[in-house]
Design a protein around this ligand. Structure first.
Ligand SMILES: *[C@@H]1O[C@H](CO)[C@@H](O)[C@H](O)[C@H]1NC(C)=O
Ligand SMILES: *[C@@H]1O[C@H](CO)[C@@H](O)[C@H](O)[C@H]1NC(C)=O
Length: 422
């Protein structure tokens, strides 16, 4: 690893010994990464801006900008980074080495991205490049995307949507591995890639991923450890939603995972597979190698199956409204960006069955192709998707002063009265 420091860096040492830019300092810095806070100081400055009605004069106090704000999007020092290495490719066929060091060096050269890095998330999702076969498939795909865009805006996550394959043989469920890999290279500032299948709906817009719980893990997936490791059931996990840390571990893991697929000889031996069985196979076969960095999340609906949660959503609206009727501060209007109110809810969410499921997965419904699993009728899939999308949308519209007239009605809204739902 070369020792590269930016001379124009405005990083000041606030309790962190940055002495002479030694490699030692650099690695200490990384070791304590999630624990130490950083303060970036800028010369005291006054920011002026005007709106139609008023002029505001904001003074940035002591000039310290902390937390996730203050990203410098124009700062690009001339020092070479992994981007300048002609042997490093975005394509999946060429393994990357020492990614953690490369990422760290890049961050070091772009210090404004360091504060808050441990919680910085990029959501990655995608759909096919051709029009959907289902006549309303593209409309549904759009609504599923809107739901994700809303969730990302609310939580300050970036989003990357791909509708073109990055590897010609890796289609459908396999397409995501090349997308995620490329996203890791394009976004060294993101610590986590949050993969969410196109047919998954966020139904709890306030839910905060418990990153603290995952601090020692690199891959978080919804499932049940017992049924994976003991019963060896391929239904032991749902891989339509997962978190994967932007790391060398992840690149290695995805190289092996993608190796168990149609573009590999192993695939034929196993008589075909989708990624989920491939993942279980990998977890069982190379348990020792990967297990300790994999967190199998059973604590909340990281991925709820739609059949299990439908029917509950209507009642949940009632229950949430019921709580708000009794507690004024919960129903207080507020700016969408202000999230303090979601924390207030936590003490009310203890009571059984009140919590909104985090996400609902419509995989068996195949909204784009329309070729739903024969276990369900087309109509039950459609109805359930409408309800789930509107349930999520209502939580968004609330900040804009509206609500769907009913969960089954996607095309009309009612304005909310002041102090709703009192
Ligand atoms: C951002 O980086 C540019 C280029 O290095 C620099 O000129 C500018 O002062 C930086 N802005 C802030 C707010 O630090
Ligand atoms: C929803 O509430 C209704 C009326 O209170 C009740 O009959 C029904 O069983 C509830 N449904 C679920 C899934 O809890």
């Amino acid at each position: 690893m070369q020792n590269r420091r930016t001379s124009s860096s405005s990083l000041s040492s606030t309790g962190i010994p940055i002495i002479g830019g030694t490699i030692v300092a650099l690695s200490l810095f990384w070791v304590f990464w999630p624990i130490i806070g950083f303060i970036f100081t800028f010369p005291n400055r006054t920011i002026d801006f005007s709106t139609g009605v008023n002029n505001f004069n904001l003074f940035s106090g002591d000039g310290a900008v902390t937390g996730g704000n203050g990203l410098n999007l124009t700062h690009e020092p001339p020092d070479p980074t992994f981007y300048d290495d002609p042997d490093l490719t975005y394509t999946i066929n060429n393994p990357i080495k020492n990614w953690d060091e490369k990422r760290r060096e890049w961050l070091w050269l772009h210090p404004s991205f360091i504060p808050g890095v441990e919680k910085r998330v990029m959501l990655v999702t995608g759909s096919q490049s051709n029009p959907c076969w289902n006549p309303i498939g593209d409309h549904l795909v759009l609504r599923f995307l809107k739901n994700k865009v809303d969730f990302c805006r609310i939580h300050g996550y970036d989003i990357f949507y791909s509708n073109v394959l990055f590897h010609p043989k890796m289609s459908t469920y396999r397409a995501r591995i090349p997308w995620i890999r490329a996203a890791m290279l394009a976004h060294p500032e993101a610590e986590w890639i949050f993969w969410v299948d196109s047919d998954v709906v966020f139904t709890n817009m306030d839910f905060k991923l418990p990153f603290q719980r995952y601090r020692n893990h690199n891959f978080v997936v919804h499932g049940w450890p017992e049924s994976i490791y003991k019963k060896k059931s391929w239904k032991g996990l749902n891989d339509g939603v997962f978190l994967i840390r932007n790391s060398q571990w992840a690149l290695d893991f995805m190289d092996v995972w993608s190796g168990i697929g149609p573009n590999s000889p192993k695939y034929k031996k196993r008589g075909g597979s989708d990624d989920q069985t491939g993942l279980i196979y990998l977890l069982l076969k190379e348990k020792e190698k990967w297990e300790d960095k994999i967190y199998v999340e059973a604590g909340y609906y990281l991925e709820g199956k739609w059949m299990e949660v439908m029917g509950k959503l209507e009642n949940l609206t009632e229950k949430y409204n019921g709580v708000e009727k009794g507690v004024r501060r919960l129903r207080k209007r507020h700016g969408e960006k202000v999230r303090g109110y979601s924390a207030l809810w936590e003490e009310y969410l203890e009571s059984d069955g009140l919590t909104r499921p985090f996400v609902v997965d419509f995989r068996g419904c195949h909204p784009c192709s329309g070729r739903h699993n024969k276990l369900y009728s087309r109509q039950s899939c459609l109805d359930a998707m409408e309800v789930a999308l509107n349930f999520g949308d209502n939580q968004v519209l609330r900040s804009y002063g509206f609500v769907h007239s009913s969960l089954g009605d996607s095309s009309s809204v009612l304005p909310l009265a002041f102090d709703y739902p009192a």
